[in-house]
Design a protein around this ligand. Structure first.
Ligand SMILES: Nc1nc2c(c(=O)[nH]1)N[C@H]1C(S)=C(S)[C@@H](COP(=O)(O)OP(=O)(O)OC[C@H]3O[C@@H](n4cnc5c(N)ncnc54)[C@H](O)[C@@H]3O)O[C@H]1N2
Ligand code: MOO
Length: 481
């Protein structure tokens, strides 16, 4: 019997997030701000436009002048203010974005005018369509008012936001610091991915590369701790190497004597000697964590990922290199050795923690509902995260007539577009090909038998849906093109 109580997935997520801190603020240059979360709101230091600006190429006019022929008294082009106010009875040639001269209250687009032959060397124009006051002028502050909040604390900086920040001159941004994630693989049989010829009993380490990539994709800084053998000394040496390599983490010893002073998240793909984290009799990791910190849970009712372990280790006050941000604790995730289990556990529990540390207000994976396209085998003991690729379009006929009929009846016809899921095949937790191209984890209940094709299930999004497979044609809004 394991000494750890089997908790539910929401309980595990709650336990992790309850002790996960939001990291402190730091300053980031605008050029590297994409993906960061603002620690403070940003306001406009001036108005946009800062001057009344023309929306069209044409003529700035006094609207009450009306139709008729007028001398072109001046020009206004972007980058400079017109020298003199516009006098009634004259017009000013103006280009898009240029300042409207004082005295003018409208712009008439060039299409509504006719150029007249110059007389006495003076250009003139015929106004063919009368202007309304304010026509084709962007008043001062009509896009952004001086002093207005353009982005709020907690907002993520995306591409458009970078443009907004540049517009208001915010080039040094108050953002939430990102976590540094160190990744260690353990196991005497686990060898470097570059190993060409495997020795007897060896396998290539895939978890470390995968988890480093996952952490980096989540915006974290990463420290590669390499592979430690199945001894405490080996683990200790690996952790020390992380510090020597300049990671912003200080580890004085192996997990049993960790004294950390950094935003380290030790993502350990736990691989203790015979037995492992799940049920073994020589579990090194958990006793170390229990002695040095607090193990919050050691088993979760989920498939894959049952042996998922989470602990926190306190960080000694004042520890760490000068200038390093202060932190109170290290989060330790003991992920199962099976690659798919590691992959799923990262998404479900580690990623939300990284997101929360980085300032996300709602860090859990987003959930949608989708229709299955094949029968899914159920596990009688644990709810399962079935890896799948979801996409949007007409429900595929290949799912079979019964399934297609059930979906059509539920959504109002076979032509309706729906979100549907295609399984990645054999779900055994050693087969990482079951995560290939997966953009969702279907939440399949604990039960006996199988779930029929054409059933609606919930799904957690684990990839950018903009990269989903191209389905059949999705009709565009009628009359759009
Ligand atoms: N008697 C029981 N045995 C097991 C149970 C159980 O409840 N009772 N649970 C099973 C479940 S569920 C899982 S998941 C695994 C998890 O075991 P560990 O986390 O201790 O991992 P290992 O046994 O060390 O390794 C499992 C598997 O993964 C391979 N592995 C390990 N590290 C890597 C790596 N870095 N890259 C690629 N592959 C890796 C390892 O060679 C094993 O094949 O336990 C079940 N057993
Ligand atoms: O929980 Mo294990 O991860 O089924 O394979």
């Amino acid at each position: 019997m394991s000494q750890y109580k089997m908790i539910s997935i929401p309980e595990a997520q709650e336990a992790v997030l309850a002790v996960t801190p939001v990291l402190g603020p730091e300053e980031a240059p605008l050029g590297s701000a994409v993906g960061r979360i603002l620690a403070q709101s940003v306001s406009a230091r001036d108005s946009l436009p800062p001057f009344p600006a023309s929306i069209k190429d044409g003529y700035a006019v006094v609207s009450s002048d009306g139709l008729g022929d007028y001398p072109v008294a001046s020009e206004s082009r972007p980058g400079a203010l017109p020298d003199a106010p516009l006098q009634p009875g004259t017009v000013c040639y103006i280009t898009t974005g240029a300042p409207v001269p004082a005295g003018a209250d409208a712009v008439i687009q060039v299409e509504d005018t006719q150029k007249l032959p110059a007389s006495d060397g003076r250009a003139a124009v015929r106004i063919l369509k009368a202007a309304k006051p304010g026509q084709d002028i962007r008043p001062v502050g009509s896009d952004i008012q001086q002093g207005a909040e353009v982005l709020a604390a907690g907002e993520r900086v995306g591409v458009a936001e970078v443009g907004i920040l540049a517009t208001v001159g915010a080039t040094a941004l108050p953002v939430v610091r990102r976590p540094v994630v160190a990744v260690l693989s353990t196991g005497d049989e686990v060898v470097e991915p570059s190993t060409a010829a495997l020795g007897p009993g060896q396998i290539r380490d895939c978890n470390r590369s995968m988890l480093l990539a996952a952490a980096a994709a989540a915006g974290a800084g990463v420290v590669d701790l390499g592979i430690a053998g199945d001894t405490e000394g080996s683990v200790e040496g690996a952790l020390q190497r992380a510090l020597d390599a300049g990671a912003d983490v200080l580890i004085t010893s192996a997990p049993r004597t960790l004294t950390l002073s950094t935003p380290l998240i030790l993502l350990q793909t736990v691989r203790p000697p015979p037995g492992g984290v799940s049920m073994g009799d020589k579990d090194l990791i958990k006793p170390l964590l229990a002695r040095q910190g607090e193990i919050h849970f050691g088993r979760v009712r989920m498939k894959p990922g049952k042996p998922l372990t989470f602990a926190t280790l306190p960080v000694a006050a004042g520890a760490g290199a000068p200038g390093q941000p202060a932190r109170e604790k290290v989060l330790v995730f003991g992920l199962p050795g099976n690659p798919v289990s590691s992959f799923v556990c990262f998404n479900l529990v580690v990623l939300p923690a990284l997101r929360k540390m980085s300032g996300w207000g709602a860090p859990l994976l987003r959930r949608v509902r989708v229709w299955t396209t094949s029968a899914l085998k159920l596990d009688p003991e644990r709810p399962e995260y079935h890896r799948a690729t979801i996409c949007y379009g007409r429900y595929p006929e290949t799912a079979g007539a019964a399934a297609a009929g059930a979906v059509a009846a539920a959504v109002g016809g076979a032509d309706a577009c729906v979100w549907y899921a295609v399984s990645t095949g054999n779900q055994i937790s050693s087969r990482l090909l079951s995560a290939r191209s997966a953009n969702a984890l279907l939440e399949v209940p604990q039960a006996s038998g199988a779930l029929a094709a054409g059933t609606e299930v919930s799904a957690l999004i684990i990839d950018d849906l903009g990269r989903m497979p191209v389905p059949g044609e999705v009709p565009v809004t009628e009359g759009f093109f």
